[in-house]
Design a protein around this ligand. Structure first.
Ligand code: FPP
Length: 233
C-alpha cells in the first residue's frame, strides 16, 4: 500500500487551548470556546471529505469541567445545543454518524432525547463516525461498565478484557490509533483511559482554535512515520 494511503482508522482529540487563545486576544474565555466549536466543525468536515479516517472522538466536556465558572459552563452547553440543532438539519446530507458519549444522565430529558434522536437519525450513515464526549471521564466510564456487568449477573471473578470493552461507551468501535492533544500540555486528562492503551500520542503547541487542515495533515504525516508494534518487536 502507498504510504500516503495509511490513515489511522480512529483519531481522538483533546481540544485544548480555547481559554488561552481568547486571553491572548484580551477576549473572555467564552470567545475561545465559540471559535473552538467552529474548529471542531471544520476538522470533522475535513476528515470526512478528504481522508479515510473512519472515527473521530472529541473531548468536549469532562466530568471535571463542571467546576469552571458558571458562565463558561453555560457557554459550552449553549454551543453543544447549537451544534445538536444544526446536526439534526445537516447530518443526513453530510452522511456522518454522530454519537454523544459520557454519563448523559446528568442532562435534562429534552437534551437526552435529542441526543438519542440524532443517534438514531444518523445510524445508517456511511461517512465519518463522530463521538462527542460530554460529561465524560475515562475512569468513570470503566466504573460504570463494571457496575453494569455486576447488574447483568456476570461472574466478576472471571471477567475478561473483551467483556469490559463491550460495556464501554465505545462498544463496537475500534480503539483510537492516534490521540491528538493541542495546547502544549502533555497528558491524557482522564480521556479514553481504557481505549488509549496502544494509541500513538501526538502533542502540538497549536491552540485548538488555530488548528487547521494543515495541522491535521502534519499529524497524519507524523502518524505514517510511526512503526506500530502493539507490544511485539
Ligand atoms: C479546553 O480548552 C476546551 C474545553 C474544556 C471545551 C471544548 C469545547 C468546545 C471546543 C466547544 C463545544 C464543542 C462542540 C463539540 C460543539 P481550555 O478552556 O481548557 O483552554 P485553556 O487550557 O487555554 O484554558
Amino acid at each position: 500500500m502507498d504510504n500516503q494511503e495509511i490513515f489511522p482508522r480512529h483519531i481522538a482529540i483533546i481540544m485544548d487551548g480555547n481559554g488561552r487563545w481568547a486571553q491572548k486576544r484580551l477576549l473572555p474565555r467564552k470567545a475561545g470556546h465559540a471559535v473552538g466549536s467552529e474548529t471542531f466543525r471544520s476538522v470533522a468536515d475535513y476528515l470526512n471529505l478528504h481522508t479515510k479516517v473512519e472515527y473521530l472522538t472529541v473531548y468536549a466536556f469532562s466530568t471535571e469541567n463542571w467546576s469552571r465558572p458558571k458562565d463558561e459552563v453555560d457557554e459550552i452547553m449553549r454551543l453543544l445545543r447549537k451544534y445538536m440543532d444544526e446536526a439534526c438539519r445537516t447530518l443526513l446530507e453530510k452522511n456522518v454518524k454522530l454519537h454523544f458519549l459520557g454519563d448523559l444522565s446528568i442532562f435534562p430529558e429534552d437534551v437526552r432525547r435529542e441526543m438519542e434522536d440524532i443517534h438514531a437519525l444518523s445510524e445508517k450513515a456511511t461517512g465519518l463516525h463522530i463521538n462527542v464526549c460530554v460529561n465524560y471521564g475515562g475512569r468513570n466510564e470503566i466504573v460504570n461498565a463494571v457496575r453494569a456487568m455486576a447488574r447483568e449477573g456476570y461472574d466478576m471473578t472471571k471477567v475478561t478484557e473483551e467483556e469490559i470493552t463491550a460495556h464501554l461507551y465505545t462498544v463496537g468501535q475500534p480503539d483510537p490509533d492516534m490521540i491528538i492533544r493541542t495546547g502544549a500540555e502533555k497528558r491524557l486528562s482522564n480521556f479514553l483511559m481504557w481505549q488509549s492503551s496502544y494509541a500513538e500520542l501526538y502533542f502540538t503547541d497549536t491552540l485548538w482554535p488555530d488548528f487547521s487542515g494543515k495541522d491535521i495533515e502534519e499529524a497524519l504525516a507524523w502518524f505514517r512515520g510511526r512503526k506500530r508494534r502493539f507490544g511485539g518487536v
